[in-house]
Design a protein around this ligand. Sequence first.
Ligand code: ZN
Length: 62
Amino acid sequence: MATGLVRLICPNLLCRSMLSVSESMRGKEVICKACGNRVVVPLKSKESNPLAVVPPKEEKSS
Ligand SMILES: [Zn+2]
């Protein structure tokens, strides 16, 4: 379970390439292969879309 891949999208609006990097790269910078832009790998992101904010699960108490 230690060797997962982190998918992120290049922040370069002219590129927007999907990058797949090793989880060991979390918190570090990677270079986009398509445009050469530096991309910081987020420490934790369950969703592939970093802009998506997932609210915590609410317990229904009715
Ligand atoms: Zn790029």
